[in-house]
Design a protein around this ligand. Structure first.
Ligand code: ADP
Length: 452
């Protein structure tokens, strides 16, 4: 087993990884920007290295500085966390070339799934149904229009190098497509330095269903059930639950089996997620994430499997410590993403947290690096806490979530807590009756009634 792991990330996920290391008796190195010198994950780490100024490009994306920090501190392995360099195949390769272990999949698998056009092609080859779309990137309007006629309107333009919903544009007809194509290309270029875009049929009321997977790199894989991440705004997840209220047992078994089979055929190593859209009883592959995900927590709560620990064990060359038959998925779990944002217009709300009290009690887990007096920096994404609640049934989970949200006190900045309070009280949400566009429709109704 490793003696020392460098955590190439920040905030709650850096703390999550630190905690797994601590429980395993592994020393941790926190790398941080000057803006994060007082962060909780930095305070708790065994060693710390400042790797640059606040902008991520100069610090958390600074490959040379991170690898130097690993060399100076004598770390054995690097955990990339989520975001930043976690899906950067060149980084994974550089880590290995410099003699450290990358806690994650092979650079080849990261590269394959990072190109969404190639990933879809691979998914088809692995027997996974995909959303009908253009088989390759569409370079100009003639190619885009031809592909769209084939697929049928409405279509969604998506960045081949995509992530975080950026570069996505909806077109309902050819005129809209002509307007949307250059915008999508420009957005993709700005976000990913790659202007390739492809198109897909736009599904009007799907659920986002994803399967948590772990592979041993030698052709064995397990799943920890599915997660329903349909509660989104601007293609960003806000609340996730498992199991999905939309699936019956047969559909649940089907999607897990398809996903596990794909991972086994890939010979995939480490944790990963295959994401699907689900509409009218059919699943369509949208992408695979070759890393840990923010919402891994809910799968841990219902399975009892520590996903981060398992990632570390597999990276260290240990066999998969769990067999599918031993895994029992019990009860229900929900995660609320608490962002430092205005709950009305979602504008970031950085600043000093003047009051902080997290909820507790049976079935409550809070993953957060925030504390009273902590200054939320303006440079990074706005997630400051994940409130994770489990119960023996969905009803119990909702009761508990409602109580936990009322207990949670965060002062001095605005957060999405009030939005979550509103969601748990909403009758449609309580019935599990929502799709990926549901929250946007709710917010749109609010705007109209405010304007009236
Ligand atoms: P990203 O990598 O940018 O996160 P994804 O392909 O994972 O992009 O899609 C993100 C979200 O966008 C999905 O969860 C879903 O809400 C929406 N989406 C993606 N593809 C489609 C589609 N074909 N039709 C409707 N919505 C879609």
């Amino acid at each position: 087993m490793f003696e020392k792991v460098l955590i190439a990330n920040r905030g709650e996920i850096a703390l999550r990884i630190h905690r797994a290391c601590r429980e395993m008796g592994i020393k941790t190195v926190a790398v941080h920007s000057t803006a994060d010198a007082n962060a909780m994950n930095v305070r708790l780490a065994d060693e710390t290295v400042c790797i640059g100024p606040p902008p991520a490009r100069a610090s958390y994306l600074n490959v040379a500085a991170i690898i130097s920090a690993a060399a100076i501190t004598g770390a054995d392995a690097i955990h990339p966390g989520i975001g930043f360099l976690s899906e950067n195949a060149d980084f994974a390769a550089a880590v290995e070339e410099n003699g450290f272990t990358f806690i994650g999949p092979s650079p080849e698998h990261i590269r394959l799934m990072g190109d969404k056009v190639k990933a879809k092609e691979e998914a088809r080859r692995l027997g996974i149904p995909v959303v009908p779309g253009s088989p390759e990137a569409v370079g100009d309007i003639a190619a885009a229009a031809a592909a769209a006629r084939e697929v049928g309107y409405p279509v969604l333009l998506k960045a081949a190098a995509g992530g975080g919903g950026r570069g996505m544009k909806l077109a309902r007809n050819e005129a809209e497509l002509a307007r949307a194509l250059p915008l999508a290309q420009a957005e993709a270029k700005a976000a990913f330095a790659d202007d390739s875009v492809y198109l897909e049929r736009y599904l009007d009321r799907p659920r986002h269903i994803e399967v948590q997977l772990i592979g041993d790199g030698n052709g064995a894989a397990i799943h920890l059930g599915e997660r329903d991440c349909s509660l989104q705004r601007s293609h960003q997840k806000l609340l996730e639950e498992t199991p999905s209220p939309a699936l019956g047992d047969a559909a649940r078994r089907e999607v897990a089996a398809v996903a596990v089979n794909a991972l086994e055929r890939l010979g995939y190593r480490g944790a990963g997620t295959i994401e699907f859209l689900y509409q009218d009883g059919a699943f369509y592959f949208i992408e695979m994430n070759t890393r840990l995900q923010v919402e891994h927590t809910i799968s841990e709560m219902v399975s009892g499997v520590d996903i981060v620990r398992t990632q570390i064990e597999i990276a260290a060359g240990n066999p998969l410590g769990h067999r599918q038959n031993d895994i029992r998925l019990c009860g229900h779990a929900i995660e609320c993403r608490i962002n430092a944002e205005s709950p009305d217009d979602f504008r970031p709300s950085p600043g000093r947290i003047s009051e902080y009290h997290a909820p507790g009690g049976l079935g409550i887990r809070v993953d957060s690096a925030a504390y009273q007096g902590y200054e939320v920096p303006p440079y990074y994404d706005s997630l400051i806490a994940k409130l994770v609640v489990c119960g023996t049934s969905r009803d119990e989970c909702l009761m508990r979530l409602s109580r936990a949200l009322d207990e949670y006190a965060i002062g001095g900045i605005e957060t999405t807590l009030p939005l979550h309070q509103r969601l748990v009280a909403n009758a449609e949400f309580r019935r599990g009756d929502y799709d990926i566009h549901w929250l946007e429709r709710l917010l749109e109704r609010d705007r109209r009634s405010d304007a009236a």
